[in-house]
Design a protein around this ligand. Structure first.
Ligand code: 5GP
Ligand code: MN
Length: 341
């Protein structure tokens, strides 16, 4: 855990001296990136700040109900306005990512901007593309980190309903609704404050988790039944889905979210991979249990990264060749499984 108080003064000065603040989430934003972004938005609004929101690309359906989401500008949909927002900003706050390529097609414009730049993130080893980097991998989510910084700057606990809903979404989605081991007692103290603010937790859980199309549920069944390969000797299971598979189930963005976690509930399986065939490459997601560094695996072999137990990357080849390559490099790394806790 890092000592956040050493950032409070600089961050507070940056916040108060900035007229136009732009908050940016990462490409293919998840609940944490959007949750942290909207929470910070509601904080700035409560403080009377001029604040804008930008996402490199479209958001998923399950986040569309959130208060403030209509303010989100999508770079690839409205480049002209997005570029104006980037140019006009005197402060850019980037949330939940540690590499500038997670800005997608907005990357060059954000990097070239004269605005002061701040990164607030909980991934390991952030690259240096900002004036101030606040990175705390001990936090379960960027949302948790944002809340702690906001409270430090505010001098006391800050809370309102929209802010609390946004943080709650960030925390539950990044912890898998308190399933992954990344949360702490501190997380629950924050969640207690969020619940006290009057958020409707059942409503939020239903909007986030019980909002699938029937096609999505059928795709999940198909993926587990027909496209999952279990390799007990490697303590590994993987799922692969081709473009045709996705088409058959009327796939929309976000439908395969969570699939990669499912093989980990098989006894003895500590490493799981999901292969999704895209137009010109294969997108990979990895999940692991214990000490297997899935992020190292992703970065060494699949130009990716992420957390120890949740990471991703890509590979430019056919689906079949990618799986062959995956199995080859996995076997080379099998000794690492000996160090499982
Ligand atoms: P997911 O599997 O949910 O898409 O991603 C899990 C984690 O892996 C995310 O927290 C994200 O930071 C990281 N990740 C996923 N894909 C990539 C990638 O292509 N590059 C990098 N650096 N990280 C990724
Ligand atoms: Mn996160």
């Amino acid at each position: 855990m890092i000592d956040l108080s050493k950032y409070t003064k600089e961050l507070s000065e940056l916040f108060s001296s900035s007229e136009n603040i732009l908050i940016i989430c990462h490409i293919n934003p998840d609940g944490d990136s959007i949750g942290a972004q909207l929470a910070l938005y509601h904080y700035f609004k409560a403080k009377g700040k001029n604040v804008s929101l930008l996402s490199p690309n479209n958001i998923q359906e399950f986040l569309r109900w959130m208060d403030g989401i209509d303010e989100l500008n999508i770079f690839i949909k409205d480049r002209k306005k997005s570029k104006v927002l980037i140019d006009r900003a005197d402060l850019i706050v980037m949330l939940d990512f540690n590499q500038s390529n997670r800005l997608g097609e907005a990357e060059d414009y954000v990097i070239a901007s004269k605005a002061k730049k701040v990164i607030i993130d909980h991934h390991l080893d952030p690259k240096n593309f900002a004036d101030l980097i606040i990175s705390d991998p001990s936090k379960c989510s960027t949302s948790e980190l944002v809340h702690e910084l906001v409270c430090d700057i505010n001098g006391k606990n800050f809370m309102n309903r929209s802010y609390a809903e946004a943080l709650y979404v960030g925390i539950i989605t990044d912890t898998g609704n308190f399933e992954h081991g990344s949360y702490s007692s501190r997380t629950f103290r924050i969640v207690a404050d969020l619940l006290d603010s009057g958020i409707l937790k059942e409503k939020i859980i239903n909007l986030i988790y019980n909002n699938f199309s029937s096609d999505r549920i059928r795709l999940q069944g198909f993926a587990l039944n027909r496209r999952m390969v279990v390799l007990p000797e490697l303590k590994t299971a993987y799922i692969y889905l081709s473009k045709d598979d996705l088409k058959e189930y009327n796939h929309v963005k976000g439908d395969t979210e969570g699939f990669v976690n499912m093989p980990l509930s098989i006894k003895g399986i500590n490493f799981s991979a999901l292969f999704i065939e895209k137009e010109n490459f294969i997108k990979l997601s990895f999940r692991s249990k214990g000490q297997f560094p899935s992020n190292e695996f992703a970065s060494l072999y699949f130009s990716g990264g992420g957390h120890m137990n949740a990471s991703g990357g890509e590979y430019t080849d056919t689906l079949g060749n990618t799986i062959v390559y995956f199995l080859k490099v996995l076997k080379e790394n099998v000794w690492r499984f000996e160090h499982q806790v």
